[in-house]
Structures are given as C-alpha cells and as structure tokens.
Design a protein around this ligand. Structure first.
Ligand SMILES: NC(=O)c1ccc[n+]([C@@H]2O[C@H](COP(=O)([O-])OP(=O)(O)OC[C@H]3O[C@@H](n4cnc5c(N)ncnc54)[C@H](OP(=O)(O)O)[C@@H]3O)[C@@H](O)[C@H]2O)c1
Length: 235
C-alpha cells in the first residue's frame, strides 16, 4: 500500500486561497537522495512571492502541483540508492540534518517528508533547535553571498546593513561582526537594543534619514525596497 503524508501544495499561482493542505504519497528517495522526516520548514519572502506567480515562478513554470518550501530541518528516515555511510561523508538513518533544497526549483519542504539531495544537507548543529535551523539556510546564504562574495567585506571595513533586525539583516550583522567589520544597522526604534546586542550601531529609519548620520561605509546591504539603494550609494 502507498504510504501517504500531508503536504502544502498549489495547483496554480495566485493569492493565499490557492494553498491546499493535501494527502499525497510519501516520496521515494532516488539515487543520491535521502528521505527526511520534516521537523521544521521556514517561510521566506520568496515562498509567498513564488506562490503568487513572482519570485522563482518563471524558473519553475507550470509544473503543477507544486509542493512549496525550500528550507528544511529534520531527521534522516531512509537512504536512497548510492547514499553511502557516514564514514564517507554520507548519511545514516536518524541523523539530524538541515539545508536548502533544489533552489530555485521546488524544494518541496512544506510536507511531512521530503526526498532531499544528500549533498544539499548539512549536520544540524546540536545547539540549534529544528525551528532555529530551518530558519537559517536561505537567509544566511543570502547574507553570506551579499557580504563576502559580492561585497568582499573584510575585517576593519564598515558595513551599513539595512533592515538589520529582519531575517537576512540580523544574520548579516552577525556575519559582518564575526569577520571583524564594524556595522551600522537600520531598524525601527523598538529593535535598537536588539541591534546593539548583536554589535551594531542602530539607526532608527522611522525617525531619521540614515544618510544624515552615517558616512564612510565600505558596503551597504539593502534588503528593503524603495529608494534605499540609491540613497546608500551616497554614503
Ligand atoms: N529571507 C531570505 O532568505 C531572503 C533571500 C533573498 C532576498 N530576500 C529579500 O530581502 C528582503 C528582506 O527579507 P527578510 O526575510 O529579511 O524580511 P523580514 O524578516 O520580513 O525583515 C524585513 C525588515 O525590514 C525592515 N524595514 C522595513 N522598511 C525599512 C526601511 N525603510 N529601512 C530599514 N529597514 C526597513 C523591518 O524592520 P523593523 O522591524 O525594524 O521596522 C523588518 O525587520 C525581502 O525583499 C526579501 O525578498 C530575502
């Protein structure tokens, strides 16, 4: 008998009303995949943008039904063909793992189980809960790429991180501080103490224009819409 599970799927792009909670077959892991029992997934802006037909929808196309979700944290339940034992950098049943799956193709993590490419998983750090681990992959990868691969941030630089209390921003602040850079972060006043606790000097974007109080920065990370990018070029 086919094993079934619950999954969050869409059969067309659109508003919240296109999201369906459905009974579907448990995926069978293919070669070099493992079946992961989900403990937590996350909702990043790209998830709802894609559901609505923006985001990565143009790369995915009309291959409905689509199981949404890219970030995963869970437990390895079954090994597909060719997945070797842990001594060879493989996985064993029971391992706790997290990762970002198949981006920009559907990650299919809004489900009880996901068949995950074995090389796209990493061991979940034991000090992180599954919820914390599932919140990390896409957001921290975005922050890492922006700061270090695109921005070439180095120790001694100063970074201006916009939306510094947000999902990408608060991780960018911590990565920049880890690198040895100084950080100025924009956030609303309620988040000022949070930014200080991460090592950033806060600027309340609701009360002042950052360009009036910030200068001589080496890099600006702009995870907000509007004219903030253009205004940042001046500082
Ligand atoms: N999450 C990801 O993995 C990811 C990946 C790639 C791209 N992005 C893009 O990055 C953007 C942010 O994503 P997110 O996940 O970090 O969102 P989020 O967690 O919802 O954070 C958004 C933050 O924006 C801040 N904000 C709003 N207007 C602002 C302004 N004028 N100046 C400074 N801060 C402002 C808010 O700060 P306060 O609460 O302090 O007011 C809020 O904390 C989105 O456009 C998203 O599409 C996200």
């Amino acid at each position: 008998m086919t094993r079934t599970m619950k999954a969050v799927r869409i059969h067309t792009y659109g508003g919240n009303d296109v999201v369906r909670y459905e009974e579907v077959p448990v995926p069978v892991p293919a070669a070099d995949e493992v079946l992961v029992r989900m403990h937590a997934a996350s909702v990043n802006p790209v998830d709802w943008k894609t559901r609505s037909g923006g985001g990565q929808a143009d790369k995915i196309g009309e291959r409905f039904p689509i199981v949404l979700g890219w970030d995963v944290s869970g437990t390895v339940e079954e090994l597909g063909p060719g997945v070797v034992d842990p001594d060879d950098d493989g996985w064993a049943v029971g391992d706790e793992v997290f990762g970002l799956l198949r981006f920009p193709q559907p990650g299919q993590t809004y489900a009880d189980y996901v068949a995950a490419p074995a090389h796209e998983l990493a061991p979940k750090p034991s000090r992180l809960s599954h919820v914390e681990a599932a919140a990390m992959p896409l957001a921290v990868l975005t922050a890492w790429q922006a700061l270090f691969e695109t921005g070439a941030l180095e120790a001694g630089h100063t970074a201006l991180v916009h939306a510094a209390a947000g999902g990408v921003g608060h991780l960018a602040v911590q990565l920049a501080r880890w690198k040895g850079a100084g950080v100025v972060g924009t956030a609303s006043g309620d988040n000022a103490e949070f930014l200080r606790s991460l090592g950033a000097a806060p600027v309340d974007y609701t009360r002042e224009r950052f360009e009036d109080v910030v200068s001589e920065v080496d890099l600006a990370l702009v995870a907000v819409n509007g004219d903030v990018t253009d205004r940042s070029l001046g500082v």
